[in-house]
Design a protein around this ligand. Structure first.
Ligand code: SAM
Ligand code: SF4
Length: 367
């Protein structure tokens, strides 16, 4: 039988070959794929989009990933760490505005002082918001002890992108030392699962040397790992990184956005009950990128709440949008766009991964 979108979508199990076919669809085929992602999302979960207020806590990083603007060896940025008061104030903004959930993200640091500061912040936020604000961490690879310390202090979701699921490509993207191994990344994901977190991962799309077969493997990886949440988006070049040298090898911005939306739609089809983020990188390459991702299957958005004075120093890639926007402006603009598309915002709802709930039989609450 000839492969068509409809034939593939009728299958109970969509295999890697099918995924590659879907990733290579032309405009008309893509529209059918996006419509199917949309139908599955709306049938299962309605048209709700959940906000996670993003706090870019510190740009100090002890790693040197070849693609990332805040890598340790880039001395263009002034290094900062937000004060406890600033974090608490930002968390309060999220709570007061009914976000129900925040993400604390940072460059990777592994000192005892760092883990203690995060623990203290988690406890303070928990007390100040009466356990109503749920906290996701995105603080890189840590020891099992640290993951437990933060979990016991009130964090219950963790985002750690595998970046690429192909170990050979992973090795090309990172320095070849002990601090940057694919196996350590994988082990960290397993430790997070073991600790009890709702585990999120993700990949960059349109990297130099990456193939459509790699991207199909990435989607199979999410399914095989039985992941609860995914945040993925286009790779965007940054001139102060070693990968700038390969900028001629990457697909056009339009193709990276198209691939990213296809990845979202296929993932929604093969893992209907997970949380999928419409990422800022999609919006960076296309002003409508996030809305397209939401249409095709994404159900989470992370509005940036980082105090504006720090934003210029947390530039992972070129042309990051809204760096001057105050949280209120960002929130109102997102609200307008989401409502205009016919979706609603899950204000006051944690929006936990239903996949996690279905696997564990309940949501673990911290209060
Ligand atoms: N340091 C933590 C880590 O690496 O997991 C969390 C912060 S890190 C800045 C968050 C994510 O930014 C990474 O997982 C990576 O996928 C993404 N990122 C970094 N550089 C990027 C780039 N040039 N284009 C797109 N995404 C990028
Ligand atoms: Fe550091 Fe994360 Fe950037 Fe790698 S991706 S350099 S760990 S902030």
């Amino acid at each position: 039988m000839n492969q068509t979108v409809e034939n593939i979508l009728q299958n109970k199990y969509i295999n890697k070959d099918d995924i590659q076919f879907l990733l290579s669809l032309d405009k008309e085929g893509s529209e059918r794929l996006f419509r199917r992602g949309h139908e599955i999302k709306t049938t299962l979960a309605g048209r709700k989009v959940f906000f996670r207020g993003l706090i870019e806590y510190s740009n100090i990083c002890t790693k040197n990933c070849f693609y990332c603007g805040i890598r340790m060896d880039n001395n263009r940025y002034k290094r900062y760490t937000m004060s406890d008061e600033e974090v608490l104030e930002t968390a309060k903004y999220a709570h007061d505005n009914n976000f129900a959930s925040i993400v604390i993200q940072s460059g990777e640091q592994s000192s005892k002082a760092f883990s203690k500061s995060i623990e203290n912040l988690l406890r303070e936020i928990h007390t100040k918001t009466k356990g109503e604000l749920h906290i996701t961490l995105s603080l890189g690879e840590q020891t099992e002890e640290t993951y437990k310390q933060w979990y016991n202090a009130g964090a219950h979701r963790y985002l750690l992108r595998i970046e690429v699921s192909n170990p050979a490509l992973y090795a090309k993207l990172h320095p070849g030392d002990k601090r940057h191994t694919y196996n350590a990344r994988l082990e960290a994901l397993s430790l997070l699962r073991k600790t009890g977190y709702q585990v999120g991962t993700g990949v960059m799309i349109g990297l130099p040397f990456q193939t459509v077969s790699d991207l199909a493997d990435d989607l199979c990886f999410f399914r095989d790992f039985d992941i609860d949440m995914v945040g993925m988006g286009p790779y965007i070049e940054h001139e102060d990184t070693p990968f700038w040298a390969y900028r001629d090898l990457i697909p056009s911005a339009a193709d990276r956005v198209d691939l990213s939306i296809k990845m979202v739609a296929i993932l929604r089809i093969i893992m209907p009950d997970i949380n999928i983020a419409a990422t800022t990188a999609m919006q960076t390459l296309d002003p409508r990128g996030r809305e397209l991702a939401i249409y095709a299957g994404a159900n989470v958005i992370m509005p940036n709440l980082t105090p504006v004075k720090y934003r210029d120093n947390y530039l992972l890639y070129e042309n990051k949008p809204n760096v001057k926007d105050q949280p209120d402006e960002t929130r109102k603009a997102l609200e307008k766009h989401i409502l205009a598309e016919g979706d609603e915002i899950g204000y006051g709802e944690w929006g936990d991964s239903r996949h996690f709930k279905n696997r564990n039989g309940k949501i673990i609450r911290k209060s």
